[in-house]
Design a protein around this ligand. Structure first.
Ligand code: ATP
Ligand code: SF4
Ligand code: MG
Length: 350
């Protein structure tokens, strides 16, 4: 048995961006996920972060086989699932589940909680109603709700409670892999912490492996052992969570971290702010060199524009796609040597 539950190699996802008027044939595509490679060991959580449009959700859906894969390979529990179809794909779905961002839109308002929670069991061929209800009740208790809510409707619950129900639906089949796409970003800040704690409890209880997609770095810091920073469909940097926050080696990661708020006005006033120039370019745009070159304050003439940086290892488990990562780390070490520790600590928990 491999130590890795999920191994993704050069995953590519494309969407049609325009069609011919007459025959409705695709005339151009955008590459939303561009040769993404990552590995998630069993029982661990991997956090995928990046700006809106960087391809996080497309990657998450593609590796669950909910989105067409244009290239690359997805290996789940040692099995290549890239081209799986029919009954084997249906059976695989039981083992990998998704929690969605929108706890309101993702629950059908015309179905009782019992129907919503037993549907995955029925789809998987379990038609014993009593047994299905028992398992749905168990899943509700796991997420901190009473099984008495089975008879109620989604509109009777708050956003946080609905997200608990969404999580119960994802775990009712006892999956091995959970992909949580922005699981707390639609919730009030006070409720976010409760849902993060719930995800931590469930991970431990069910020995879940998870991919957590978020644009909020503080969320992945709490939930994940490893963090991957995505930019225009590819990884700019990947490292153990503590290292991403203490020693970011890619200028984009540094800028993302500098934008994360710290709830201490003194620290907020004094710490370095890196303002990213402009918006991310369109995924339709072709890049000869580094994709980040147009917004990078550290870009060097010629090389950055002409030569694409490869994702390379600069330390144990620390990969970065920047020609000048070592320079950045040296500069960072020199710049922070004289600062009080509060100014160089990672962003706080939610
Ligand atoms: N079904 C689709 N058809 C066409 N283009 C799409 C589709 N889904 C996503 N895209 C495009 O693919 C790119 C990546 O989108 P994706 O939703 O994966 O990004 P994201 O990182 O999840 O963004 P967000 O943080 O806003 O959720 C974007 O340019 C988006 O417009
Ligand atoms: S390779 Fe060049 S442009 Fe790209 S992130 Fe590094 S310094 Fe910036
Ligand atoms: Mg998304």
């Amino acid at each position: 048995m491999s130590d890795n539950l999920l191994e993704v190699t050069d995953l590519t996802v494309r969407y049609v961006s325009s069609r011919s008027l007459v025959l409705n044939r695709p005339t151009s595509h955008i590459t939303a996920v561009d040769k993404l490679s990552l590995t998630v060991p069993r029982g661990t959580s991997y956090g995928l972060v990046g700006e809106s449009g960087s391809g996080k959700s497309s990657a998450g859906r593609a590796l669950l086989r909910l989105e067409e894969i244009a290239g690359g390979q997805v290996v789940f529990d040692g099995q290549d699932i890239t081209n799986l179809s029919g009954e084997p794909l249906r059976q695989l779905r039981r083992r990998m589940q998704m929690v969605f961002q929108d706890p309101i839109g993702s629950l059908n308002p015309r179905q009782r909680i019992s129907t919503i929670l037993t549907k995955p069991l029925r789809v998987q061929g379990s038609h014993d109603r009593r047994e299905n209800l028992r398992r749905a009740g168990e899943a509700l208790e796991l997420v901190g709700l009473s099984k008495s809510v089975l008879d109620r409707w989604p509109h009777e619950f708050s956003g946080g409670q609905r997200q608990r129900i969404g999580i119960a639906r994802a775990v009712v089949l006892n999956p091995e892999l959970l992909v949580a796409d922005e699981p707390v970003s639609a919730l009030d800040v006070s409720v976010q912490a409760q849902i993060i704690n719930l995800l931590l409890d469930i991970k431990a209880e069910l020995n879940l492996t998870s991919l957590v997609i978020a644009h909020n770095l503080a969320v992945v810091r709490q939930l994940c052992e490893t963090v991957g920073v995505m930019y225009l469909g590819s990884l700019a940097e990947e490292a153990p969570a503590s290292q991403i926050f203490s020693t970011p080696a890619h200028p984009y990661t540094r800028a993302l971290l500098s934008a994360a708020p710290i709830p201490d006005p003194h620290v907020e006033d004094q710490r370095e702010r890196i303002v990213l120039e402009g918006d991310p370019p369109s995924p339709a745009q072709r890049h000869k060199g580094c994709k980040f070159v147009g917004r990078c304050a550290l870009r060097q003439p010629t090389r950055c524009a002409d030569e694409p940086p490869v994702l390379r290892e600069i330390g144990p488990g620390h990969r970065v796609a920047c020609h000048f990562a070592e320079l950045l780390l040296d500069e960072q070490a020199a710049a922070t040597a004289h600062l009080p520790s509060a100014l160089v600590t990672p962003p706080p928990a939610v």
